[in-house]
Design a protein around this ligand. Structure first.
Ligand SMILES: Cc1cc2nc3c(=O)[nH]c(=O)nc-3n(C[C@H](O)[C@H](O)[C@H](O)COP(=O)(O)OP(=O)(O)OC[C@H]3O[C@@H](n4cnc5c(N)ncnc54)[C@H](O)[C@@H]3O)c2cc1C
Length: 468
């Protein structure tokens, strides 16, 4: 059977990986992208500057033959470096050792490398083509506009929307037949700031012990191999390293209340908050005032849809189908899983597109809903619980039980981050494990107060072994 031609809207992270995987498998792929070609015009950002890549995302890149290129650009992050209010820091490792880490990558470089790989495999990109509307009849008629306002149309049998959280294809599909769309705002937003590389920082920025801990040739002003967190209860800052030595700092604040983006609404107010709440970070951000004034407040929300496809004529993938809040660092990773699953379905049976789209939605939607829920829960963990002794005790016990029962008890964070156990299964197993940890640590404050014989018996009784 001849392979169908595939039309994608959006050459972001997910669209570009999907284009690469399909083109490598012999499909004729055309991608329409709103922005200009990043290889010519430079990368026009939008969302976060860097992001955390974990096993699910790496798997997709491996299949596309991209790990070599990407890992050259990546910085390893071993765990969360928690910056407490009193200034002391501690590293909470993500996994057992350096085989269980995550990687900070530049969004722009990763996106550009994926476009390059897709094009090398034969995918065709049309840049500066913003989808403005779509009409569904016998197939789909796509209407585009370029930057100069010039309109054009294409008629294709079906289109796949990888055009992100504000998807224009989704809007058109929803108008043709409601998708059951719900957008739940988080009520918190974010703003990006920068810790420059060491040579670009004024000497006065470093406290003496930090300065003496650095060796000649260092370019990172703080520990490079960590995701830094300043948890402050209802709000927080995080910082991810960039390969050339800087860190991208993201300040997360509620939209209302105090402090919030309503009260911290000027560089002076931001400086006052940093002096009070993030005192050790402030000297490292010399352009705080400029960054705060120039960078917009990003909106955070979760997107839920009851349907991801319009029979065999249109399908949504990645953020267009399931945008989530960024606190598990999984939005792209989940979208890369979508790309792999969809490319596999096309490869196995590209005959009946409506059944293929329905099968994709059946496989992926429960998993997307599970990671959406876990990402929301992780916000509380990051901004609040990492400084909570009861949470830390549960975490310590969880790690001990994981070492005693590696076939049954895997911390939820590890299942999500270091394995490809379906998100829905990780969510369900995580709930059982959390209940068990709460029961075992009830009224205890130290690990040696916990009855391990009882704990072992509970694990064996209540948690099924993982499938091999
Ligand atoms: C602050 C923040 C931090 C994050 N951190 C992480 C992280 O650490 N790890 C992680 O895995 N995920 C993270 N994410 C999530 C991640 O950014 C998204 O899940 C990912 O970008 C989704 O990729 P996508 O290709 O579906 O959408 P996008 O990356 O949004 O790409 C959509 C593409 O479609 C194009 N487009 C849009 N509209 C049109 C149109 N009308 N016509 C044609 N083209 C169009 C856009 O220009 C873009 O190229 C984070 C998100 C945020 C906001």
């Amino acid at each position: 059977m001849p392979k169908p031609a595939v039309t994608l809207i959006g050459a972001g992270l997910v669209g570009a990986l999907l284009a690469a995987l399909l083109a490598q498998r012999g499909f004729a792929v055309t991608v329409y992208e709103r922005r200009r070609d990043p290889r010519v015009a430079g990368y026009a950002g939008g969302r976060s500057i860097n992001l955390a890549l974990a096993e699910r995302g790496l798997h997709g890149l491996r299949l596309a033959g991209m790990t070599g290129t990407v890992m050259e650009l990546a910085v390893m992050m071993r765990g969360r470096m928690v910056h407490h209010r009193d200034g002391h820091t501690e590293l909470l490792r993500y996994g057992r050792d350096d085989s269980e880490v995550i990687w900070s990558v530049s969004r722009g470089r990763l996106n550009t490398a994926l476009i390059e790989a897709a094009e090398n495999a034969g995918a065709r990109f049309e840049f500066d083509r913003r989808l403005t509307s779509a009409r569904f009849g016998d197939g789909v008629t796509l209407a585009f506009e370029d930057e100069a306002g010039e309109a054009s149309e294409r008629h294709v049998p079906f289109a796949i929307g990888a055009d992100g959280a504000g998807s224009a294809l989704r809007t058109a599909m929803n108008a043709a037949r409601p998708l059951g769309e719900r957008i739940e705002p988080l009520g918190h937003g974010y703003k990006e700031l920068e810790i420059p590389a060491l040579p670009d920082l004024p000497e006065s920025a470093l406290v003496p012990e930090e300065a003496s801990a650095l060796s000649r040739g260092d370019v990172f002003a703080i520990e490079p191999h960590a995701l830094h967190i300043w948890p402050r209860g209802n709000y927080m800052c995080i910082a991810l390293p960039n390969a050339e030595g800087s860190f991208t700092v993201t300040l997360f604040l509620p939209n209302e209340g105090d402090p919030s983006f309503a009260t911290v609404d000027s560089p002076a107010a931001a400086r006052a908050m940093f002096e009070r709440d993030f005192a050790d970070a402030l000297p490292l951000i010399p352009d705080l005032d400029k960054d705060f004034a120039a960078n917009p407040v990003g909106v955070l929300a979760t997107l839920y849809l009851d349907r991801w496809h319009l029979d065999g004529r249109a399908l949504l993938v990645g953020d267009a189908a399931h945008a989530i809040v960024p606190f598990h660092g999984q939005g792209m990773n989940c979208g890369f899983e979508d790309a792999v699953e969809l490319a596999d379905l096309f490869t196995a049976n590209a005959g009946d597109i409506a059944s293929l789209f329905a099968e994709f939605e059946r496989r992926r939607r429960p998993n997307a809903e599970a990671i959406a829920a876990m990402a929301l829960e992780n916000y509380v963990e990051m901004r609040d619980s990492v400084a909570d002794p009861a949470f830390l005790l549960r975490r310590e016990l969880g790690r001990l039980l994981a070492s005693r029962h590696p076939d049954r008890f895997v911390p939820r964070y590890s299942m999500v981050t270091f394995t490809r156990i379906p998100y829905a299964e990780a969510f369900a197993r995580g709930a059982t494990q959390e209940r068990l940890l709460r029961e075992l640590t009830q009224g205890r404050s130290r690990l040696d107060e916990i009855d391990l014989v009882e704990a072992d018996a509970k694990v064996r009784r209540e948690i099924e072994p993982l499938a091999a």
